[in-house]
Design a protein. Structure first.
Lengths: 143, 666
């Protein structure tokens, strides 16, 4: 592991809670590591577990999926699907030998700018400890 | 896709909000080298008129067919830029925003990091925007009616405004009477109008208005649908009194076997009511209600030989067999005006609210000084030894507000003034009493507030800066232990009566309302508005608006102003008669769908059904989406085995390139 390794994190955030919470962190000028790049989806239930694997294949060192708190989903039950699907994925990842520290799920509401910061810090820190991901890299897709 | 994407990238400085931590020129130069990017520019304020003109001009001159704006959050300005590119003749859904302000420049301080991250976000947007599809928003009819939840002053005002404009309003109130908290108040600050005098005419109006259907003693059970077409289910709780027959004479309550045994909710438990009751004399509707828990016949099955209320009721309105009734209707918009709860003073045990009867809350004080209150407006305080007229009175402000120990950091905005008002009213009634107010700060910010506060101080009400640490009993007196922080003097102040200036809290049943309408809370736990400044009455759920203290503590003028704002916003879809429904819905590729029905089970809105189609001469089942019901969450898609069902604008083929762009560009 190189000295100045900076993990590359891809995050999937639901539009209504976590993305709004991340926006609030911005409005409140909360500072957090710049390693995280966000992809906005309407609901955490949209996040196909394969997206997580895909992100790791494409070059991410860590992945975060964040949605509304269970029970607060803007679409009633989307985050329950996310929780179940991605919980299974996490087990599978461990099974196939991917360090579970590379994948995080969190529930951040639209009012939790500070929690968002904590989640990002934890995710980045864990991915840093896990080191650069050299696992099942696929050929780079020329997009 | 037939036409080749021609992308314009617009990087906003946002004054120095972005440009201070992101080298916008570098980002634009970088963008220009990305595939299919024709133009990349920066501008100080993209959202301003010249900024939008810049984009529109480029669309025409360069024949752009995709636009990326790298600026603030899409939650802020996506509609603005969609509209702009639409005006230039592009499909509004050919837009992608890169959030380089809220999620980049504002949260990172290092300009190299900010610039590098902005580049990646722009690249990911380029990856996605090329693959976006043109979408058409559809218009559907909107029901010309509204639902107002809560009939305090906010709900009443909103309902009256909408009804006066000619639309039907369903006004749902949980308790037996409209009026809410304002009905409990004696006088209102700073003008000292009598609260009942200004409120009761409005209460009567909303009950008699031809366009308002008042559903009192009712609760909203379910709200489905979407803006313009909400389907509402309301439970009208059984009053055990025939609504049409009851004349409100009150003979039943006088004859009730458990007459005046139960604490009256309206009088904050200081007065008593019977099991059959009218919450207060001016209640609207003036119809009696039996509390099923208090009523002997309903709770124990036996009330003497026969219930006396039924015997006493000449119109024969008592009906013990009445059951809850479910009412269903459709509305185009919803206003939430569910109000607040006063802070529960027993959560500050050091103030002895639960221990000493002469420690009371501001709400109790309102009832005590009210001519219609339990003492007829006489200041009789029960001290434990007997009834006295207090000579020494202390008010304590900020009880349950600005107090992290109880989890309320916010200022409740009304306590400073209601305490001043109550001090004034007490001064009127007790000219010789010593009245003092313990305060942290005096916030007299509203119209006429400072003047009123000055007046009260001149009326020999002493303001002492200090936050009491404890209240305890010594002899027949209460001792307020406090430090006067202006003179640094510790005091043990002996008084007869302590009034706690309790703050406002979110209602304890707000969770229910949140789940009903998918609302969010702000950090203070009140309902979250769509934008703190520019959309203060809107919520994240389209067609649902907020009025009054459910959104945050406010006084009556602010509540009324917000209610009027919510009413006028709610009337927009009603007056237009049409609403746009989102075009970002799911769609099925029927050629690959295998008809397993997983998506049908997943969909929370029952928007997907299996239909039989003919494929190459074979009858097969495939999924089909009802676009009016679909809200575009995409849960179906993540569960689809063949990736056949896809939410538009968030398709796999639109998201995967974003992932690739973010991963590859380490």
């Amino acid at each position: 592991m190189s000295e100045n390794y900076e993990p590359n994190i891809v995050a999937f955030l639901c539009n209504w809670c976590s993305y709004a919470g991340a926006d609030l962190a911005g409005t409140s000028r909360v500072q957090y590591p710049a390693n995280i790049q966000v992809i906005r989806v309407m609901c955490s239930g949209r996040v196909n577990p394969l997206y997580v694997m895909n992100a790791l294949q494409q070059g991410a060192d860590g992945v975060l999926v964040s949605g509304c708190h269970p029970g607060d989903c803007h679409y009633m039950e989307g985050n329950f699907y996310a929780r179940r699907r991605l919980g299974m994925l996490k087990d599978l990842m461990e099974f196939v030998g991917v360090d579970p520290r590379r994948f995080h799920m969190s529930w951040v509401s639209a009012s939790e700018g500070n929690k968002w910061k904590e989640v990002v810090e934890k995710t980045v820190e864990d991915a840093r400890e896990a080191g650069p991901f050299e696992g099942f890299r696929r050929r780079q897709i020329d997009w | 896709m037939t036409e080749k994407p021609k992308i314009g990238v617009y990087v906003c400085h946002c004054g120095i909000n972005i440009s201070a931590t992101v080298d916008v020129e570098t980002v634009a130069d970088y963008a220009l080298k990305l595939p299919n990017v024709e133009v990349a520019r920066t501008y100080s304020y993209m959202c301003s008129d010249p900024g939008q003109v810049l984009i529109k001009k480029d669309i025409k001159e360069h024949g752009l067919n995709r636009v990326i704006v790298a600026s603030c959050s899409p939650r802020m300005h996506e509609p603005t830029f969609r509209k702009a590119i639409q005006e230039a003749g592009l499909n509004p859904y050919y837009l992608e925003m890169a959030n380089i302000r809220e999620q980049c420049s504002w949260v990172h301080q290092n300009i190299d990091e900010g610039t590098a991250k902005s580049k990646k976000l722009v690249a990911a947007s380029v990856a996605k925007v090329r693959l976006l599809e043109a979408l058409e928003s559809k218009e559907v009819d909107a029901e010309p009616s509204a639902l107002v939840i809560g009939a305090g002053i906010a709900g009443i005002q909103a309902a009256l405004d909408i009804a006066d404009a000619g639309f039907k309003v369903y006004l749902v109130e949980k308790t037996p009477s409209v009026g809410g908290r304002m009905a409990q108040l004696d006088k209102t600050f700073p003008t000292l109008d009598c609260s009942a005098c200004i409120l009761t005419p409005k209460m009567v109006d909303c009950a008699s208005h031809p366009n308002i259907e008042l559903l009192s003693y009712s609760e909203v059970e379910e709200i489905g649908g979407y803006i313009g077409n909400f389907e509402v289910k309301v439970r009208k709780k059984a009053r055990y009194v025939d609504f049409d027959k009851c004349t409100g004479c009150g003979d039943c309550a006088t004859e009730c076997r458990v007459k005046d045994r139960f604490p009256s909710e309206f009088d904050q438990g200081m007065g008593k009511r019977s099991a059959i009751y009218l919450p207060f004399p001016q209640a609207v509707p003036a119809k009696y209600t039996i509390d099923p828990e208090d009523c002997l016949f309903l709770s124990k099955g036996k009330c003497g030989k026969a219930p006396k209320c039924a015997e006493a009721c000449r119109p024969g309105a008592i009906n013990f067999d009445q059951v809850d009734e479910i009412v269903e209707f459709k509305v185009g918009a919803v206003i939430v005006a569910t109000g607040f709860d006063p802070f529960d003073a027993s959560r500050k045990p050091e103030y002895g609210y639960s221990d000493y009867p002469n420690v009371i809350t501001g709400m109790e004080m309102e009832r005590l000084v009210s001519a219609s209150g339990p003492t007829g407006g006489k200041l009789k305080i029960f001290t434990g030894e007997g009834e006295i007229e207090p000579k020494e009175v202390a008010f304590i402000k900020c009880v349950g507000s600005r107090d992290e120990s109880v989890g309320n950091v916010y200022c409740s905005r009304v306590c400073c003034m209601y305490v001043a008002k109550q001090a004034h009213l007490l001064r009127d009634k007790l000219p010789d009493a010593n009245i003092r107010v313990y305060y942290m700060d005096v916030r007299a910010f509203g119209k006429g507030f400072e003047e009123f506060y000055d007046r009260v101080r001149r009326e020999n009400v002493r303001y002492i800066r200090g936050n009491p640490s404890e209240i305890f009993k010594r002899g027949d007196k209460l001792v307020v232990k406090v430090e006067d922080t202006l003179t640094a003097t510790p005091l043990e102040d002996e008084v007869d009566l302590v009034v706690l200036g309790v703050g406002l809290e979110p209602r304890d049943d707000m969770r229910q309302t949140m789940e009903l309408l998918r609302l969010s809370q702000s950090p203070d736990r009140f309902f979250l508005e769509a934008h703190p400044k520019l959309r203060p009455v809107d919520t994240a759920t389209e067609g649902v608006f907020l009025a009054g203290c459910c959104q945050g503590p406010k006084d009556i003028p602010d509540t009324v102003a917000q209610a009027k704002g919510a009413a006028s916003s709610a009337m927009i879809p009603l007056a237009r008669g049409k609403v746009m429904i989102s075009a970002q819905v799911a769609t099925v590729d029927e050629s690959t769908c295998r008809g397993c029905g997983f998506c049908v089970n997943i969909c929370p809105y029952k928007a997907i059904e299996l239909v039989t189609v003919n494929r190459y001469g074979h009858e097969i089942e495939v999924a089909r989406v009802n676009e009016a019901l679909c809200k575009g969450c995409g849960s179906c898609s993540a569960g689809c085995l063949s990736d056949s069902i896809q939410p538009k604008s968030f398709r796999d083929r639109q998201i995967l390139p974003q992932i690739a762009a973010l991963g590859v560009l380490k």
